[in-house]
Design a protein around this ligand. Structure first.
Ligand code: SAH
Length: 352
């Protein structure tokens, strides 16, 4: 075991837990608030925490791990200013984070796992499978260091990078509480979206957390035949069970769900599928977010033709569905899930 695996990452601890850890070390509780503030400012060296006595800094160094993610690559879109980061983690793995600028503020798209085991047929993140879960502090650092490096204050977070957030449930929940903490980045839950391929067995637990976040469900096909083909997570669960789980979630939380739908040429873009999608959206009062598929080199799928997309949207609107088409940002910087990490892997750049 390496040193950093043996010790707990201090960035993953909430202030109350930090207090308990400090008590155990025989230290006064107020030190916890001091440490949390240093961490929230991006200080990743105990030696720089100047208001802590030297013996405490040494004790902390012996008890916890602390690491600053390194920028392996930073690409800035010449078209829209989107910045894509590839961060190197303490163990040499790498994850992607994207900073997007909108009129209403800056949104960061974070990864929740190194790789992914869900196997969606159109997605680049899952090609090498799952390597490991990200720790809460590692996800927090994606947000914090993207903000510090880019100089763009982050107001919104989407958990739509590499990985399946509900497959790393506890760490993602802890990350949400960390990033939401008033003494930390203090980002409101209403400014956070969590995207899932539909691990419905986790929905009741998520509803119980009573968070005001937005749940996005990657639907991508309204019928079992198509959905099971492109999304293995559908197998053994099924679209009907997914819609039922969404209804239940909406009933319990009062939070409207949004359906993500990547338009794939000849796969999920027929008029009949538009009508089925409309019925599902009505059943759960969902908002539909259409995304033109981003072509991934290793994948056979292509984005739908513009005329098919127009017809699809026309049908949804005619059925009274609340639909938006997501603007594609960062198309010149590999800003689609997993593409940058994949490209560097393919070059043998990360030893993965
Ligand atoms: N695992 C989560 C979040 C990660 S991906 C999920 O499945 O929702 C974020 C979104 O991007 C998902 O809706 C995912 O299906 C979509 N996506 C993945 N690859 C894509 C591609 N090549 N083009 C368009 N959208 C894609």
């Amino acid at each position: 075991m390496t040193e950093c695996e043996a010790k707990r990452n201090i960035v993953s601890l909430l202030p109350a837990e930090l207090e308990a850890e400090l008590s155990a070390l025989g230290e006064p509780k107020f030190r916890a608030a001091q440490i949390f503030r240093w961490l929230a400012r991006g200080v990743r060296d105990f030696g720089e925490m100047r208001n802590l006595p030297k013996p405490l800094r040494e004790k902390l160094t012996g008890s916890f791990s602390l690491y600053e993610p390194k920028v392996l690559s930073r690409q800035e879109s010449a078209i829209d200013g989107t910045i894509k980061y590839l961060w190197e983690l303490a163990d040499g793995n790498a994850v992607e984070t994207v900073v997007m600028s909108y009129r209403h503020g800056n949104t960061v798209c974070v990864s929740s796992q190194v790789g992914c085991r869900q196997g969606c047929a159109f997605c680049a993140s899952t090609i090498g499978g799952l390597v490991r879960n990200l720790e809460p502090g590692e996800i927090l650092d994606e947000v914090l260091f993207s903000q510090l490096d880019s100089g763009k204050p982050i107001s919104n977070i989407v958990l739509m990078g590499i990985g399946e957030p509900l497959d790393n449930f506890d760490n993602v929940m802890r990350f949400l509480r960390l990033v939401n903490h008033p003494d930390g980045m203090n980002i409101g839950m209403r400014h956070i979206s969590l995207s899932t391929c539909g691990l419905i067995e986790r929905f009741p637990e998520l509803a119980e957390q009573d968070l005001q976040l937005t749940l996005s469900v990657s639907l991508h096909a309204p019928d079992d035949e198509t959905r099971s083909k492109i999304m293995p997570a559908n197998r053994g669960r099924g679209v009907d069970a997914l819609i039922e789980a969404c209804r239940d979630y909406y009933k319990r939380t009062g939070r409207r769900i949004s359906f993500e739908y990547a338009m794939i040429d000849g796969v999920n873009d027929s008029p009949e599928q538009a009508r089925m999608l409309a019925a599902h959206a009505h059943a759960v009062s969902a908002h539909v977010n259409l995304i033109p598929l981003n072509h991934v080199e290793e994948r056979p799928f292509r984005p739908s033709a513009p005329e098919h997309m127009r017809e699809f949207i026309r049908i949804l609107e005619q059925q009274g569905v609340n639909v938006t088409v997501r603007r594609r940002l960062g198309s010149d910087v590999d800003a689609s899930c997993g593409q940058l990490r994949r490209r560097i892997q393919a070059k043998g750049g990360m030893g993965l």
